[in-house]
Ligand binder design. Structure first.
Ligand code: UD1
Ligand code: CA
Length: 453
């Protein structure tokens, strides 16, 4: 195998996006454009990234040493020049990818690299014939065989504009030939930029051979320059994801309103009702039901569990045969063991609820460990925050927390203990004890008619 490294161009602002955010950080299918490109190339070789605009934010994705910085964005050719030092002494091939082409598949890249190697080209371009080539660089061939050069849309004559074979901005170069040719690239063009595309004409002018490999599926190499293109490609990825889930046995009642991120896994016989969003990192088992208007982010949900309408679940692990919602909010590392029931208007934060525990209505459970078969009645609050610090509540197995009780943390209610309704609990309760912490009721006979006067 010939040695190969990967260079991703991601320094541009993406002016046409009209965004404060660097273009490659916009998302499609639940991942940034840059992450998609990195994934496509991950098995080919270690990627070096040319960053510039919002480089600090890009650097959160990979270790520092994988970046070179282009301080001023003077064009794609200039961007590649920034990697010269980092690649000094490397004599293999360089796969160059733009950061804004998220649909390209690893198979296509592998076939393209094989084409380059078998043709012994100095450079190869991945191209495609597309119906609307507006805005793309055009592949100019000599006769209909050899590649001559690439001409940018803005700099093209009307004759060249009729060419429908476009430059994807994905190339393989012999690294030495690339950096040698880059020295001759000028910025004498409509944008006063140093174009990487000019390297192709420079190499052929020196008598070097350049190959062009047509992508089998032109939509794979679509670039994203505008919000319209961002949404088009997002919807395309969503549709692909939905179709692969349905092929795997998942029911999507309304695929059009179902948004599932690229890495989400869902087992067969799970049913997703209309208007459900399942975001990154989520793994849903078999025979799960998820009802409308629920958003699930980075959660694990066990078999046969039911998520009813309008739930927001984030970073939560849910066991088997659990019922959640409607209108529940679970977050920050919450764990619900098997057969737990969390009902309407219940929020659970950073807490574990043991097997069979129930919190049916209107409760807040935060920073708590709750044992098995506990009953948390309506209106129960763990008062976990004293204005400065968060404190833990511990509730043992089989405890019963009566309606409208406040547990002022830190506090322990041991197993089998019973908290009477309306109590404000400030002291630990031993196992099997009954705690009542409320005013005694006063009954004044015959006083009611008097009060109405
Ligand atoms: C480029 C190609 C064009 C091709 C098209 C395919 C050039 C001159 N043109 O045009 O032939 O058809 O891609 O999508 O190469 N970038 C930098 N630094 C810069 C400029 C750009 O890192 O100074 C990065 C951008 O972040 C982006 C990529 O290079 O990820 C492509 O740049 P972009 O401005 O989108 O090029 P296009 O106009 O699309
Ligand atoms: Ca582009």
């Amino acid at each position: 195998m010939d040695q190969i490294r990967v260079l991703i161009l991601a320094a541009g602002k993406g002016t046409r996006m009209k965004s404060a955010k660097a273009k490659v950080l916009h998302q499609v299918g639940g991942a940034t454009l840059l992450e998609h490109v990195l994934r496509a190339a991950e098995n080919i070789g270690e990627a070096l990234i040319v960053a510039g605009h919002q480089a600090d934010k890009l650097k959160r994705l990979l270790p520092e040493e994988r970046f070179v910085i282009q301080h001023e964005q003077l064009g794609t050719g200039h961007a590649v020049m920034m990697a010269r030092e980092a690649l000094a002494g490397f004599s293999g091939n360089l796969l160059v990818l733009p950061g804004d082409v998220p649909l390209v598949r690893p198979e296509t890249l592998n076939n393209f690299i094989a084409f380059h190697n078998s043709g012994k080209y100095s450079a190869s371009v991945l191209t495609a014939d597309i119906a609307n080539p507006f805005g793309y660089g055009r592949i100019v061939r000599r006769g209909d065989a050899e590649v001559d050069s690439i001409v940018e849309h803005r700099d093209a004559s009307s004759e060249v504009l009729r060419i429908t074979e476009i430059n994807s901005s994905i190339y393989v170069f012999q690294t030495a030939a690339l950096f040698e040719a880059l020295q001759s690239v000028s910025n004498a063009n409509s944008q006063s930029e140093y174009y990487l595309t000019d390297v192709i004409g420079i190499l052929t002018g020196l008598g070097r051979r350049v190959g062009a490999f047509k992508a089998p599926n032109p939509s794979e190499i679509l670039g994203i320059n505008t919000r319209q293109e961002l949404t088009t490609i997002d919807l395309y990825l969503r549709r692909q994801k939905n179709e692969s889930l349905m092929a795997g046995g998942v029911t999507l009642m309304d695929p059009e309103s179902t948004f599932i991120d690229f890495d989400v896994q869902i087992g067969p016989d799970t049913i997703l009702h209309p208007s459900v969003q399942i975001e990154r990192g989520s793994v849903i088992a078999t025979d799960v039901t998820i009802r409308s208007f629920s958003r699930i982010t980075n959660c694990r949900i066990g078999a046969r569990s039911k998520i009813l309408e309008g739930c927001i679940l984030t970073d939560t692990d849910i066991g088997e045969d659990v019922s959640v919602g409607p209108f529940a909010h679970l977050r920050m590392g919450t764990v619900l063991e098997d057969t737990v029931k969390v009902g309407n208007f219940v929020e659970v934060k950073k807490s574990r609820l043991g097997r069979g525990t129930k919190s049916g209505h209107l409760a807040y459970v935060g920073d708590a460990t709750v044992g098995a078969n506990v009953n948390i009645s309506a209106g129960v609050i763990t008062a976990n925050y004293d204005g400065k610090n968060k404190h833990q509540t511990h509730i043992g197995d089989d405890a019963f927390i009566g309606t409208n009780s406040t547990l002022i943390a830190p506090v322990r209610v041991d197993s089998g203990a019973f908290v009477a309704a309306g109590s404000t609990i400030t002291h630990d309760i031993p196992a099997e004890a009954l705690a009542i912490a409320r005013e005694r009721q006063v009954v004044k006979p015959d006083r009611a008619p008097h009060r109405k006067k």
